[in-house]
Every structure is written in C-alpha cells, then in structure tokens.
Design a protein around this ligand. Sequence first.
Ligand SMILES: C[S@@+](CC[C@H](N)C(=O)[O-])C[C@H]1O[C@@H](n2cnc3c(N)ncnc32)[C@H](O)[C@@H]1O
Length: 195
Amino acid sequence: MKTFFELKKFAKENMIPIIRPKSAKLLRDFCRDKKPKRILEIGTAIGYSTSLMLYASKDSFVTTIEKDEAMANIARQTFKERNLLKKVRLIESDAFVALNNLQNEKFDFIFLDGPKGQYFKYLPLLKNLLNINGYMLADDILFHGYVKKEGDPGHKHRTIVASLRSFIKDLTFDPNFATELFEYEDGLLLCQRLK
Ligand SMILES: C[S@@+](CC[C@H](N)C(=O)[O-])C[C@H]1O[C@@H](n2cnc3c(N)ncnc32)[C@H](O)[C@@H]1O
C-alpha cells in the first residue's frame, strides 16, 4: 500500500481505526507549519498517521510505538513502500515499557493515539519526553462524547473515561503547559510545554 487512499481503504475494509479526516488535517497542517524535527507517536497501526506526518514535514524523524505484531508488520511494509524506512524507527512493544526506555531522549512533538485508558498513567513519562516549547497532540480524547457527559459512563467505559478526564484536567491546570481542546470528531487535545 503506497497511497493514502489505499491505506484508508485497507483500514476501512479491515476495521482498523485510524485518525479521522478533520483530525488528520489538523495533524498534517500542524506538522507542515511547525516542522517538528523529532516526533514520537504512540499507536502506529498500519502507518497511516506516521506517513501523513512525514508527508507534511519531510525532514522529520518519527519514533513510533506499536504493540500488535500484525499491525507492526503492516506498518513496516507501508514504510518500505513509501520509502520512509530511514525516517522511521518502529518500536514493537507495549507503550508503557517503550516510554520508560526512551526517558533519556527528547522530542519536539508527541502524537498520542494509543490505549486511551493508559494516557493518565503515561503522562509523567510523556511530559519528561517533551522538549521545552514542544507540543503534544492526543487524539480521541472525548471518547465518543463520554468524557464531557455528566455522570457515570457505565462500568464498561468507566476506567477509560476516568483516565481521560484526569489526563485533560492535569494538563489544563499544569502551569508548565498551555492546552487547547478541539471538540470536533472524537476530540483532540493540543498542548505545548512552556517550561
Ligand atoms: C487508533 S490506532 C492508531 C492509528 C494510527 N495512529 C493512525 O491514525 O494511522 C491505536 C493503535 O494503538 C495500538 N496499541 C494499543 N494499545 C497499545 C499499547 N499498550 N502499546 C502500544 N500500542 C498499543 C493498537 O494496536 C492500535 O494499532
């Protein structure tokens, strides 16, 4: 699969969740405008968003984390076919383990699109990985609207919703971060590390 059209078609046919169109535009425009040199992505899937970021910012280098072996194999093939192998480091691992192992590195941009229920647990590690003035964008932050709805989301979603609420609250009240919530599609949180 070489083109974005083919990648999107494959994702749809195989019910693999990838970034939605308006959110993808935000991600693409962000990378085109800011040109972050070192990017960290959590949740590679088939390599669609990784490819999009590198399409928008040709001199970037992406470290991307994916724990699912089948997904990682497809992503490797995507990077090969799009001639991106020199611009991508794919870490096939659970994100929490990988984030701990990366703690002596710094990134200009983190795109968070992995397990929503883990975001709050990842947060101290993510903050430490971000350069001062660096940005983090978290996708699907409103989790089908449950995060903004009053009351209990039910036992099936309780842990994920609680984690996302804590994640948003922590970043919103952290004086070291400037945070903005985009409420379209499934919600995105963009934040910049100020100091
Ligand atoms: C929404 S998809 C990523 C979509 C991709 N960013 C895109 O838009 O093209 C989330 C991915 O995170 C992966 N994932 C889930 N839990 C994970 C974990 N604990 N560690 C690493 N990857 C994980 C899933 O296997 C899945 O491929």
